[in-house]
Design a protein around this ligand. Structure first.
Ligand SMILES: [Cu+2]
Length: 157
């Protein structure tokens, strides 16, 4: 391949690679990584969003609340097994220990979007505002992504 063409192709891949990284946001000592939401089935009024928060600082922080224009209300939920029943319940916040990553992922903590303004469709994105005890507030964008190898969580409330 001609050298200049090779550069052109490499440049194109770089451009295409940007949207995948665009959900990563830095707020002080916090890195908010891979914010995403799952598509909702027709008629569903609730959806779930996930993200990973890496606290690179030497002091603990805490995720206090999440808000979004995409839903009438937003709760932070935990998911636990009670007997053989999966139970979800709101939690008051999530502790972010120093030098640690906390994942809000399928099977555990998640952001619950209640009374969605419209269904979540793959390829769309929704805004989330995260409020932290120490670091303040930041806006992130969650892309609506299909289920991958990580599997899906059932969010029927
Ligand atoms: Cu939930």
């Amino acid at each position: 391949m001609h050298a200049s063409l090779r550069r052109l192709v490499a440049g194109m891949f770089w451009i295409f690679a940007v949207p995948a990284a665009a959900t990563d946001v830095i707020l002080g000592n916090l890195a908010i990584e891979h914010s995403y939401a799952r598509p909702t089935p027709p008629g569903a009024r609730t959806g779930a969003a996930y993200l990973t928060i890496h606290n690179r600082g030497s002091a603990p922080d805490r995720l206090l609340r999440v808000t979004s224009a995409a839903a009438a209300s937003v709760e932070i939920h935990s998911m636990t097994m009670e007997g053989n029943l999966m139970k979800m319940r709101p939690v008051a916040g999530i502790d972010l220990p120093a030098k640690r990553s906390v994942a809000l992922g399928s099977g555990g903590f998640h952001v619950m979007l209640i009374e969605l303004r419209k269904p979540l469709v793959i390829g769309d994105s929704i805004p989330l505002t995260l409020q932290f005890e120490r670091s303040g507030r930041v806006d992130v964008v969650a892309n609506v992504e299909g289920a991958g190898a990580a599997g899906t969580a059932n969010h029927g409330h």
